[in-house]
Design a protein around this ligand. Sequence first.
Ligand SMILES: CC(C)(COP(=O)(O)OP(=O)(O)OC[C@H]1O[C@@H](n2cnc3c(N)ncnc32)[C@H](O)[C@@H]1OP(=O)(O)O)[C@@H](O)C(=O)NCCC(=O)NCCS
Length: 198
Amino acid sequence: MTATVLRADDARAPTLLTGGWRVVGESWGARLRLDEPPDLARFERLVERARRTAEIRELHVTEAAAIATLEADTHADFPVTPATPHHLRDAAATAALLRAGFRAFGAVLQGRLLAVTIVRAEGESAETDVTAVTRDARRQGLAAGVKAASVLVLAAEGVRTFGTGGAAINAGSLAMNRAVGYTVEERWLSLAPPADGA
Ligand SMILES: CC(C)(COP(=O)(O)OP(=O)(O)OC[C@H]1O[C@@H](n2cnc3c(N)ncnc32)[C@H](O)[C@@H]1OP(=O)(O)O)[C@@H](O)C(=O)NCCC(=O)NCCS
């Protein structure tokens, strides 16, 4: 299926829908904008909460295999849309990503990786690539904690705007990002043309 992704408020969307295009996915984009100077107390609190469960820290390229395993173990839990795919990466691909400048922050308990967020930072902006928490460690503040840890580290390096996104049906991800401080700024529609089995 070849889907076209448009902002929900794009003037072309109503015309396409009237013409038989179908919504096959909905997604959102959210931003967290830090003030100058940034107030980081919220992120410090989130990291502190997560530290009651696990060590929260930046991950190294030598931990790429553990990151890839966590992503593979949670792959089925990612609600994907054409705009929010989840591509599996093996250890080598994950290592290449980190060598290319992506940053990973994780929650580690007794040598086991429980949570990861991977972020790409460029200048004053950063964008989340993926966040995942192993099933048995959810709802303990680990996703919020690793994302907050990435904000603390990258804010110290000058990043001021953080972006993230996900599928509309991923209520957990949306709620978690709101808990970190993200605000939804865009909503997106994935539209399939009538020829695709309508
Ligand atoms: C989404 C995901 C990363 C959340 O991880 P988590 O560690 O459970 O999230 P946290 O515990 O940090 O959640 C922080 C807050 O977000 C909200 N939240 C998290 N998951 C939620 C859910 N499933 N439903 C409703 N609210 C949720 C809660 O307010 C929570 O705080 P609380 O537990 O004190 O009420 C995890 O469920 C996951 O790995 N899912 C599969 C992969 C995925 O969808 N990743 C995101 C897309 S990139």
